[in-house]
Ligand binder design. Structure first.
Ligand code: ASP
Length: 585
């Protein structure tokens, strides 16, 4: 038996007991006649004591020679501490050691294994196994396991079956590039790793499984934006014989359950908003509704604004930032610089202060008299003390810019409270989205999403206007889930592929299996997938998903611990029928 107790377990009631503990040496303090060692395992820390009066000299010497992170097993007796430590659960006791067994020595760790480590991100990732010994990382992983377990419990109780789908498949378009795997046995052919199990879960519905879920890895070869991982985990779900309403109800139920179970928070029915409304009110299809500052479009009261920048713009829209009318010129200039950064891309920004004394001042005093500014304040429903920030330009761009500014102001004002949870369903997404670069439409969600009933014909006349039975679940400004009611007949699916620019031959080559399956009694079906990494991070009140992944990749998609990706040798290349042009290295 390696241990009788864990390092987090012993209390005053154990005083007098003979125990065996095993763990890592966190640190030791040598006061000459007494040596204390903090012994750590997953469950906590127990103080070990050796002293000249009670400990044999060889043992005291042995204790002195133990370095940080040495793995040891000790036998001893639980005693009451003379000076207690109220900060840790085992703080009232210590173990007077009678024997030590060195299980494994350790090199000096490259950073301190403490809650606040001196290790930088890169070093911690390179030695992630040491990082995992630190409480914050360990606790995040335990938290993740708890969330995953709660998901499984809820969905199984609701009759869902967990089914594994293959990783070596053919491309499933979810809008990113595929990771591909060369096939040794099939010369010149490649598998693709799933961007999601989309087609398989639909086939499971054709197979009659009715309710499916899977906590599953998905792979997307995208240019990595901050906090994206090339491989990530989804809670992937599908149901047969359902309408949108059924899906929303089941997964609202799951989300409520998680909030209750994990955070102890009960939340009433989730608000819903159409995509169009979200864009108008927040300039964003995943609005953070923990705070207001909704968009107010401005229209001229008498024909024109008399201000060319506004008059020539497709959209003039602003937000009233509460309590910021006192902002200094310098602070406002910093905001103007902020919206003009290339990442945001606004040309400029108009501000109007509604001062506490009821007077108005602005950056456009030349163009607007007191009455003009009053009219703006009225349209924006501003209150004394508010700072109005207004952007003008092309509709979509201006909304996106103002949305970023709204989030920035909320951040500055501390309105994005991680302890507040504000879920929201965004529904009625457009079916197609125009790709500005190519001028072609592509599926906004994926090609298997069904248009709203009766809107199929509109695809020919006004494709951008077609709405889909597609929905996203948004939590605190993050999309945590998204799904749709699917097409389940071959005819509609063919029409959809045609509009996405596939020739019938291409559609058949890529998705023939699905179209064929649709001819064998495919039931109406729909589903959703949640991003587990992000969900866990948000529930954990943190921003970065990397902190909740045991072995994450860095921003260049590299695993710096195992040093992947890495070249493979010529022999292996040959076996895979691949040729590498070394001249490009
Ligand atoms: N496969 C979709 C996704 O990964 C989710 C769904 O439609 O169920 O976003």
């Amino acid at each position: 038996m390696y241990r009788s107790h864990s390092c987090g377990e012993l209390r005053e009631e154990h005083v007098g007991k003979a125990v065996t503990l095993a763990g890592w040496v966190q640190k030791s303090r040598d006061k000459g006649f007494v040596v204390w060692i903090d012994l750590r395992d997953r469950y906590g820390i127990t103080q070990l004591v050796f002293d000249a009066e009670r400990t044999a000299p060889e043992l005291l010497e042995k204790a002195r020679n133990l370095g940080r992170e040495f793995v040891i097993q000790v036998k001893g007796q639980v005693i009451e501490r003379a000076s207690k430590n109220p900060n840790i659960p085992t703080g009232n006791i210590e173990v007077l050691v009678e024997s030590i067994q060195l299980l494994n020595p350790s090199l000096t760790p490259p950073f301190t294994i403490e809650n606040d480590t001196d290790g930088g991100e890169d070093l911690r990732m390179k030695f992630r196994y040491l990082d995992i010994r630190r409480n914050p990382v360990k606790e995040n992983l335990i938290f993740r396991s708890k969330v995953a377990m709660a998901v499984r419990t809820y969905l199984s109780a609701a009759g869902f079956i967990e089914v594994e789908t293959p990783y070596l498949i053919k491309s499933t378009p979810e809008g990113a590039r595929d990771f591909v795997v060369p096939s040794r046995m099939n010369k010149g052919q490649f598998y693709a790793l799933p961007q999601s199990p989309q087609t398989f879960k639909q086939l499971l519905m054709v197979g009659g499984l009715d309710k499916y879920f899977q906590i599953v890895k998905c792979f997307r070869d995208e240019d990595l934006r901050a906090d994206r991982q090339p491989e990530f985990t989804q809670i992937d779900c599908e149901m047969a014989f359902v309408e949108q309403e059924d899906i929303l109800n089941v997964f609202e139920g799951l989300t409520k359950h998680l909030l209750q179970e994990i955070k102890g928070i009960s939340i009433g029915d989730f608000p819903r908003m159409t995509y169009d409304e979200a864009m108008q009110r927040y300039g964003n299809d995943k609005p953070d509704i923990r705070f207001g500052m909704e968009f107010c479009p401005l229209t001229p009261t008498g024909g024109t604004f008399g201000f060319n920048i506004f008059d020539s713009a497709e959209l003039v829209v602003g937000i009233s930032v509460p309590g910021c009318a006192h902002y200094t010129r310098k602070k406002i200039d910093a905001l103007i610089d902020w919206v003009r950064r290339p990442q945001i891309g606004a040309k400029g920004m108009v501000w109007v202060k509604y001062n506490e004394d009821g007077s108005l001042s602005s950056s456009v005093n030349k163009f607007f008299d007191e009455a003009g500014l009053k009219a703006i304040a009225k349209q924006m429903e501003a209150n004394p003390g508010d700072l109005m920030l207004i952007l003008a330009g092309e509709t979509h761009k201006t909304r996106t810019q103002l949305s970023a500014l709204r989030m920035e102001m909320a951040q500055q004002l501390g309105l994005r409270d991680p302890k507040v949870f504000a879920p929201l369903w965004v529904v009625d997404f457009p079916l197609l989205e125009l790709d500005e670069e190519t001028g072609h439409y592509h599926a906004m969600h994926h090609p298997f999403t069904s248009p709203k009933p009766g809107q199929l014909a509109l695809l020919d006349t006004d494709p951008g206007a077609v709405r889909a039975n597609a929905y996203d679940l948004v939590l605190n400004g993050n999309e945590i889930g998204g799904g749709s009611i699917r097409i389940h007949d071959k005819q509609t699916q063919s029409v959809m592929f045609k509009h996405l620019g596939f020739t019938p031959e291409e559609a058949k080559a890529q998705f023939g299996f699905l179209m064929e399956a649709f001819q064998y009694g495919a039931p109406p079906h729909g589903g959703i997938a949640f991003g587990l990494d992000r969900l866990v991070a948000i529930l954990g009140g943190q921003e970065t998903i990397r902190d909740f992944i045991a072995f994450p990749k860095n921003n260049s998609g590299r695993d710096v611990m195992i040093d992947a990706p890495a070249p493979i040798d010529d022999e292996q290349l040959k076996e895979l029928h691949l040729k590498w042009d070394r001249s490009t290295e």
